[in-house]
Design a protein around this ligand. Structure first.
Ligand code: GDG
Length: 732
């Protein structure tokens, strides 16, 4: 039976060493909850770090941890103190975390950290490889394990791998500064499905893939070697019922000490109000900004003094990283200043807790607060915002939410603010405090409805559904690999035949692509190979290309094989005669060329190739994203102009070509077929214009695509090197 393996930096268990005694508790975090159904379902395993380093455990304890972990259907990756320093506190939290959250000034590009990151990802891979088998499904989580998908895929290509990033994916302009950018992207592309919280992160990632790796992206699918990698957004939800039901339950039960203190404030005056914020103590969460904005609010609207209180829960996090230590100091100071400035005998404006609280207290805070003020400067999603909404059992209360949190994309009914605009935050806070109950409820109602539907379980389910669906993506390529078995059959058929046709495309097939098409002249090896193929009288060798007659005359003019140029306008026969296959006009060119020139002017790196019967706009060297926009524009403009002129617009490999509709490689090939009675046909090409041939040739022909794109050909080979190997076997 196939397995599902979940991998995250930490296991969904809390293992503690208390006076040499090990204690284990299941983790209550969102991820553990969301994946519960996946993990509990039949044959599944969770791999991660236990939370204790090798140095912290003696041999016996290590064994015990192993046992505890196994009982929870997990397996632990063993990490040393050094790994923790360099991989976790170093690369993960001093490089990737700040960079991906747009804190470039905090980002450290340390080679030692990077080396450790690679080593630890390999440790995770080794552990996965102990368990994973063909047909298994693997789900890798988060920024600590960006290299893992590739490490698994390389060793186990017949597994289905998903990757989900819980933090933002930054824009290309940020990501390009990263010294190991190619390696990181290749690491992620080992996955079959890559998920993000929002469409923006997805878009940023695709942009990096296009610009840095120059890969072909079709909507949200990346063609990567012989696979298609799908990219999509899956906004993570929460365990709605858990929060909602706890809120109802706790209201009916005896009050906690915290609740009593909160009530004291609420009951101190009929218009006393509580404002809540909860975050990890992290510089991405906008804690100092929030305090300053609150200070500004008290100054701008002094009537709220003694009435409102900001309850700020900051949970200690990564406190051995210097920026976090500084943030803690700054926060303490700011809270001190504001409280010092505004406090009265009976009122302190900010209640600040620097610790974590038990779940029940968290619920007390949520249910007692009239306003939740969640103002991160950058946040992948932010679950606190969602949890606040889920606990509002009377559908009252207002959520003020930063536009910079991924959650803002789905929580339009909250009050969205820019965390750097204090004026806006102060005014929004006033508006929230004065919002009529009807408006509060109508906003809450919509927010709750959505959160109740798209829970964390649903999120996991949707991701797994998409991941399983990628198993069929490979089939989009449809063509079968021209492997040894097919080749055996093909060469046997070839040997038995008497009258054979070889239809060979040139650029991207017989020769590799060059940035400058003029440099792509044939090499000596190719001449030799073609001569050998031609020397057998049973073979009819034809090079068929979109190139012009002049270039081909220069390259192959003296050769004995046939040439078809300009997509099928000219045929050079074996007796060195050029005959026109089509009678064409080219007076349309003078109208179309100026239009193409305007595109060249506006798109650096592009140029026009003028052929006798066609015009080609090449964009290989242009910025891929700009080029993509331009190809749509150019296609729209040209299609409207060419429809009345019997012209067609062909989209080739990084080239758009305008030529007469009555000319294409398919028509030219079918002429050859009618004139001859071939009993073996081999036809190979790499781009869109070759599809005409593939479609025209009979079922019995061996039609072969070079590369992994969608095709009407029956078979495919990987690249031009393979083309040569296959051709060589015809002359052995
Ligand atoms: C990362 C991304 C993304 C907080 N204090 C206490 C406590 N919590 C719980 C909250 C909430 C969770 O911790 C915090 O989740 P967030 O989503 O707000 O933030 P990150 O930790 O930064 O998480 C984030 C998330 O991954 C998921 O993909 O949303 O953008 O940065 O569930 O309730 N829980 C308890 N006591 C506390 O004191 N028990």
């Amino acid at each position: 039976m196939n397995k599902t393996i979940i991998i995250s930096n930490r296991l969904p268990l809390q293992i503690k060493l208390d006076h040499d005694k090990l204690q284990v508790e299941p983790s209550v975090g969102g991820l553990a909850t969301g994946l519960k159904s996946v993990h509990n379902d039949g044959n599944s395993l969770w791999i991660g770090w236990s939370g204790l380093t090798e140095e912290e455990l003696n041999e016996e304890q290590s064994k015990e941890v192993k046992k505890m972990v196994k009982e929870a259907k997990c397996d632990a990756v063993s990490l040393t103190q050094n790994d923790l320093e360099n991989f976790y506190y170093g690369f993960s939290n001093r490089t990737l975390w700040p960079l991906f959250h747009y804190f470039m000034e905090f980002t450290e590009f340390e080679n030692d950290y990077w080396e450790s990151y690679k080593e630890v990802n390999q440790k995770f891979a080794d552990k996965v490889l102990e368990h994973v088998e063909d047909g298994d499904t693997v789900w890798v989580h988060d920024y600590q394990l960006l290299l893992l998908p590739k490490l698994i895929k390389d060793k186990k290509p017949n597994t289905t791998i998903g990757f989900f990033l819980h933090i933002p994916y930054p824009s290309y302009e940020i990501f390009r500064t990263f010294p190991w950018r190619e390696e990181l992207l290749h690491g992620m592309l080992g996955a079959d499905l890559i998920g993000f919280h929002t469409y923006d992160y997805e878009r940023h990632f695709l942009s990096s893939v296009k610009r840095i790796l120059r890969l072909d992206v079709n909507f949200n699918e990346i063609t990567y070697h012989d696979r298609i990698v799908k990219v999509d957004s899956f906004p993570m939800g929460i365990d709605y019922d858990k929060f909602h039901d706890s809120a109802i339950k706790q209201k009916a039960e005896e009050k906690s000490e915290l609740q009593k203190r909160l009530d004291d404030h609420i009951n101190s005056s009929p218009d006393a109000r509580m404002i809540l914020s909860i975050d990890r103590m992290d510089y991405t969460k906008g804690i100092p900004n929030r305090i300053r904005a609150f200070e500004y609010f008290l100054k701008k609207y002094p009537q709220y003094k003694e009435k409102v209180r900001l309850i700020m829960l900051a949970v200690p996090s990564r406190s051995n990283v210097p920026q976090y230590q500084k943030l803690k100091r700054d926060t303490d100071e700011l809270v001190g200043r504001v409280n010092g400035e505004f406090s009265t005998v009976s009122w302190t404006p900010i209640w600040y807790f620097y610790r974590s609280m038990p779940f029940e207290n968290l619920i007390d805070l949520y249910t007692s607060s009239h306003v939740a003020m969640i103002t991160p400067v950058r946040d992948g999603m932010n679950l606190v915002a969602k949890e606040y909404v889920a606990t509002r059992t009377e559908q009252d209360g207002v959520l003020i939410l930063s536009e910079m949190a991924g959650a803002s994309k789905e929580m339009n009914e909250s009050m969205l603010i820019n965390p750097n605009n204090f004026e806006q935050i102060a005014d929004t806070l006033k508006y929230a405090l004065e919002m009529p109950i009807e408006e509060q409820q109508s906003r809450m109602k919509i927010l709750q409805k959505r959160l109740k539907r798209y829970t964390v379980e649903k999120w996991a389910e949707e991701f797994m559904k998409s991941l399983h669906a990628t198993k069929h993506l490979g089939a989009v390529i449809a063509a079968e690999r021209l492997d040894e078995k097919v080749q055996e059959r093909m060469y046997a058929g070839f040997k038995q035949s008497e009258n054979r046709l070889f239809l060979l495309d040139y650029d991207g097939t017989l020769a590799g692509f060059k940035d400058n098409p003029k440099e792509a002249s044939p090499d000596q090896q190719l001449y030799k190979l073609l001569d050998q193929l031609q020397s057998n009288p049973k073979n009819d060798v034809v090079i068929i290309s979109g190139r012009d007659r002049e270039t081909f005359t220069e390259w192959f003019g003296d050769e004995d094989y046939k040439l078809i140029t300009d997509h099928g306008v000219w045929l050079k026969t074996k007796d060195h005669q050029w005959e026109a296959l089509e009678r064409l006009k080219n007076d349309w060119m003078e109208n179309i060329k100026p239009i193409l020139e305007t595109f060249v002017d506006r798109t650096p790196g592009t140029f026009i190739e003028e052929k006798k019967y066609s015009l080609a706009w090449h964009y290989r060297k242009a910025d891929p994203e700009l080029a993509q926009i331009r190809t749509i524009e150019i296609d729209t403009v040209l299609t409207s102009l060419t429809s009345n002129n019997d012209l067609s617009v062909l989209k080739g490999n990084k080239v758009i070509e305008i030529k007469s509709s009555s000319v294409n490689k398919g028509r030219a090939s079918s002429r050859l077929l009618t004139a001859n009675n071939y009993d073996f046909m081999f036809c190979i090409g790499d781009d869109w214009t070759d599809e005409y041939m593939f479609e025209e040739l009979p079922e019995t022909a061996y039609t072969v695509k070079v590369g992994f794109k969608k095709t009407a050909a029956k078979y495919y080979v990987k690249n031009t090197d393979e083309v040569r190997t296959v051709l060589k076997k015809f002359v052995e």
